[in-house]
Ligand binder design. Structure first.
Ligand code: ADP
Ligand code: MG
Length: 360
C-alpha cells in the first residue's frame, strides 16, 4: 500500500497530532519558560527560581512556593486540555489567570522528559512524578508510574530535560545555547519587572552567581533599576493608572513607566507590554508609541516602554492561539489612540530639563 499512488485519507495517529500541537506551542526554550512562569504566578508564588543548562535545551528547572498540586491531580497534570482554570467556554471571557487551556505542560511533556515534585500546604509530604507524551511514566523501566512520596518544600518544582530530544530537526535548529539563554533572561526580566512582589532568581546550573536576582516585595522601579540600569530607572516617567477613554467602549486601564526625552537607557530591550498580566506583542501599539517618541528623541534613538494594560477580557481576543503572542482588541484604533494619549500625558507633564512640545 505504501507505494501506491492512491490518495486515501487516513487519520494521523494521536501521537503525531500531539507532537504537532506541542511543536506549535513550544518553539524554543523561552516559550516553555514563559508558560511555566505563568503557572507559578497563577499558583500564587512569591518566589520563583529558574535553573538552566545549555540555554534550557538540556534542562529547564523551575522552583516555586505556590499552592502546589494535589496528589489526586497528578495523573491528569500533563494531559492535553486538562486544566484547573477553565470549566466552560464562557469562562474564556472572564478568565483572569494567564494560561487558559491546559496545553502547556502537555506540550512540554511531548517534547522533553518531565519531572514534577509538588507539595501542598495540607499534605505532610510531597509527591514526585515523571511524565512523557502527556502521561505518567515510571522513573525507571520496570518501576510503577504512580507518583511516589518525596521530601519537598511547599510549592512545585518542575524539570524538563532534553528539550526536543524526539524532534531531531527542531533540535538541530538551535545553534547557540547562549542565544537561547539570552532569550530566557529577557522573558524572566520582563516578568520580574511586572511581578515585583515575587523574588526572582535565574541562573545557569553549576554557577554560584545568578544572572537575575531580585528580592521579594520589591517594586517596579527598583526592579527596573536592578535588571536594567539605575540611570534608566532614575530617568523614567510614571504613567499613572489611567482609565482609557471612552471608558464604556474600551473597558481598559493602563499604567506603566516610560523613558523621558533624555533617558540614557536600556540594556535588555526596551519594550515590555503586558495585557491582563500576560507578556504580549502588539505591533500597532508599539508603532504608535514609537511615532509619538520620534518628536522628542534624537534621530535613531528608541524609547524604553513598560506598559501594563488591564482590559475587560470580553474586549480582547483571548482565544488566539497561545503561540500567537500578538494580540488584538475590539475598537483597536481607539484603544491605541487612548494608550498613546496616556503616554503623551506622562511625557507632557514631565518636569524635564529639556523643553519640548509633543505633537502626537
Ligand atoms: P493551564 O495553565 O492552561 O491550566 P497547564 O498545562 O499550564 O495548563 O497546567 C495544567 C494545570 O497544572 C494547571 O491548571 C494547574 O492546575 C496545574 N499547575 C501547573 N503548574 C503549576 C504550579 N507551578 N503550581 C501549581 N499548579 C500548577
Ligand atoms: Mg499554564
Amino acid at each position: 500500500e505504501g507505494t501506491s499512488l492512491s490518495k486515501t485519507i487516513v487519520r494521523l495517529s494521536e501521537d503525531v497530532v500531539n507532537k504537532i500541537a506541542a511543536a506549535e506551542i513550544i518553539h524554543r526554550p523561552s516559550n516553555a519558560i514563559k508558560e511555566l512562569i505563568e503557572n507559578s504566578l497563577d499558583a500564587g508564588s512569591t518566589s520563583i527560581k529558574l535553573t538552566l543548562k545549555e540555554g534550557g535545551l538540556k534542562l529547564i528547572q523551575i522552583t516555586d512556593n505556590g499552592h502546589g498540586i494535589n496528589r489526586a491531580d497528578l495523573p491528569l497534570l500533563c494531559t492535553r486540555y486538562a486544566t484547573s482554570k477553565l470549566r466552560k467556554f464562557d469562562d474564556l471571557q472572564s478568565l483572569v489567570t494567564y494560561g487558559f487551556r491546559g496545553e502547556a505542560l502537555a506540550s512540554i511533556s511531548f517534547c522533553s522528559h518531565v519531572e514534577v515534585v509538588s507539595k501542598t500546604r495540607d499534605e505532610g509530604c510531597g509527591w514526585r512524578a515523571h511524565y512523557a507524551n502527556g502521561e505518567l511514566v515510571p522513573a525507571k523501566p520496570g518501576m510503577s508510574s504512580d507518583p511516589r512520596p518525596a521530601a519537598a518544600n511547599d510549592g512545585t518544582v518542575i524539570s524538563a530535560e532534553d528539550l526536543f530530544f524526539n524532534m531531531p530537526m527542531r533540535k538541530r535548529a538551535f545553534k547557540s545555547p547562549s542565544e537561547e539563554y539570552n532569550r530566557i533572561l529577557d522573558v524572566v526580566t520582563k516578568y520580574a519587572v511586572h511581578n515585583p512582589h515575587a523574588a526572582w532568581v535565574c541562573k545557569k546550573a553549576g554557577t554560584a552567581l545568578p544572572d537575575i536576582s531580585t528580592p521579594a516585595a520589591s517594586d517596579v522601579k527598583s526592579n527596573i533599576s536592578l535588571l536594567y540600569t539605575p540611570s534608566l530607572a532614575a530617568e523614567l516617567l510614571e504613567v499613572k493608572e489611567t482609565v482609557l477613554q471612552p471608558a464604556d467602549k474600551l473597558g481598559a486601564k493602563c499604567r506603566g513607566w516610560v523613558s523621558s526625552a533624555n533617558a540614557n537607557w536600556a540594556r535588555r530591550g526596551g519594550w515590555l507590554l503586558f495585557i491582563n498580566n500576560r507578556l504580549v506583542e502588539s505591533s500597532k501599539i508599539k508603532k504608535a508609541i514609537e511615532s509619538l517618541y520620534t518628536t522628542v528623541l534624537p534621530k535613531g534613538a528608541s524609547p524604553w516602554v513598560y506598559l501594563s494594560l488591564e482590559i475587560d477580557p470580553a474586549k480582547v481576543d483571548v482565544n488566539v492561539h497561545p503561540t500567537k503572542s500578538e494580540v488584538h482588541f475590539l475598537n483597536e484604533d481607539e484603544m491605541v489612540e487612548a494608550i498613546v494619549a496616556a503616554v503623551h500625558g506622562a511625557l507632557a507633564n514631565a518636569n524635564v530639563s529639556r523643553s519640548f512640545n509633543v505633537q502626537p
